[in-house]
Each structure stands twice: as C-alpha cells, then as structure tokens.
Design a binder for this molecule. Structure first.
Ligand SMILES: [Mg+2]
Length: 227
C-alpha cells in the first residue's frame, strides 16, 4: 500500500494570508505584539516553532499556558479569516482532480504531514471541502520539529493497518525544501511541487525524487505516487 503524505499550505491550498493574519491577530490579543510576523519566515516551519521564535525575538517568556491561549485564539481567528474573500485564496491547481483520482485508486492511503496544528489544518481543508480525503496525519501537535513528523505518520499508519509502511512506498509531497529534507533521512520518496513560494530551481536543488510545476497533470502525478 502506498502512503501519501501531503503538506497543506502551498501544496494543497493557498489560504490567501488567512493563516498569517489569524496568527498576527492572536499575537496582538495575547501579548500585545503588532505585526509579529513581519520579519519571521513562515515557510516550512511548524506553528509552535513560529510562536516560540516571535516570543524569543520579543524577549517574552515562553509560558505554555499563554501559548495554549494563543492556539485557541488562532483557531477562532483562522475560522473567521479563512471564510473571508481573500485574493489568492484557492486550492492549488489540479488538487481536486488529483485527490478524486487517488481516492478511487486501490491500495492508496492519503495522509497529511504539516506544520499546522491539527485543528488549524482541518479548518483550512474543511473550508475547501477536502478534509474528508485524509485519514491519517502528523501535525505540529505531535512535534514542533517537522523533521520528527515522518516517523509519527508511519506509526499512525501502523496503528491503522497493523503493519509497517514500506519506506519506498511512503511519499512526502510538499512545496518547500523543508518538506523534501524531512523525508530524506527516513528513506521515503519525496515529491516537490512548485505551487508555493519556492521556484522549481530551488526545489530541484534538494534533489527530490519527483518535481512538478503543479499537480495538474493528474495521470502523470498519480503514476508517480502509485507506481
Ligand atoms: Mg507548505
């Protein structure tokens, strides 16, 4: 069975800045920090890693209770922001036909590997009606470090199917160098898609097993992911 692990932002969808705005509103609500993310890079990072870096740069203590409060506000604001009309908010090209094709393919398990907190990721997917495609996932709730998420996802696969996934049948699909790098040490296949901010050239430099400009060539992508 092939186990496909999709990143969310820049790979499945673009939130049109909803995630960023929801985070900035939460920083302002909980700590009074304005424009918290102006200088902090978001790409490929997990949500809690972003929060902790902002606190570090603001010389504020990293109290778990405050971070938990931040998380609750973030979900609240995200649900509001993702529902607004936003330029650029969209599923990435080819995603819906691809998910439909893959979900109709035998011996394929669709999963998520994302730096989003689980519920935040779910809010984004649900907005576009694609949450039902994914059964298994590894999220920022599991580790602040994206590099630790492949083993978590593989463990969940084992709990669901009663067997280990073969590493050569696990595919990490993402839009940043971080997605490719988190798969390599575990011997899994890596698939880069240039629908986020990273160019095909930047992604090629990470030597993914496959590189696609986008996911519109459904047959070709299905073949890569199920071969
Ligand atoms: Mg991404």
């Amino acid at each position: 069975m092939n186990f496909l692990l999709f990143d969310i932002d820049g790979t499945l969808l673009l939130s049109g800045g909803a995630g960023k705005v929801a985070m900035e509103r939460s920083f302002e609500t909980v700590w009074g920090i304005r424009d918290a993310l102006r200088t902090v890079p978001l790409m490929g990072r997990t949500d809690p890693a972003i929060v902790r870096q902002v606190l570090r740069e603001a010389d504020l203590p990293q109290e778990d209770s405050q971070i938990e409060k931040f998380r609750e506000y973030y979900f609240w604001y995200l649900e509001e922001e993702i529902g607004k009309d936003r330029p650029g908010k969209a599923l990435c090209p080819g995603v819906l036909p691809l998910l439909n094709a893959l979900s109709g393919t035998p011996n394929v398990e669709l999963g998520l590997l994302t730096g989003n907190w689980r519920y935040g990721g779910l809010l984004k997917l649900r907005h576009f009606g694609i949450d039902g495609f994914f059964r298994i996932g590894a999220y920022a709730d599991d580790s602040m470090d994206r590099d630790a998420l492949v083993p978590v996802a593989m463990d969940r696969f084992r709990q669901t199917h009663g067997m280990n996934p073969a590493p050569e049948k696990v595919f990490v699909i993402g839009d940043t160098p971080f997605d490719i790098r988190c798969g390599k040490p575990h011997g899994v296949r890596t698939v880069a898609v240039a629908t986020g901010v990273h160019s095909a050239g930047e992604l090629q430099a990470e030597s993914p097993d496959w590189l696609f400009a986008d996911l519109t060539a459904t047959d070709e992508v299905v073949k890569a992911l199920t071969g």
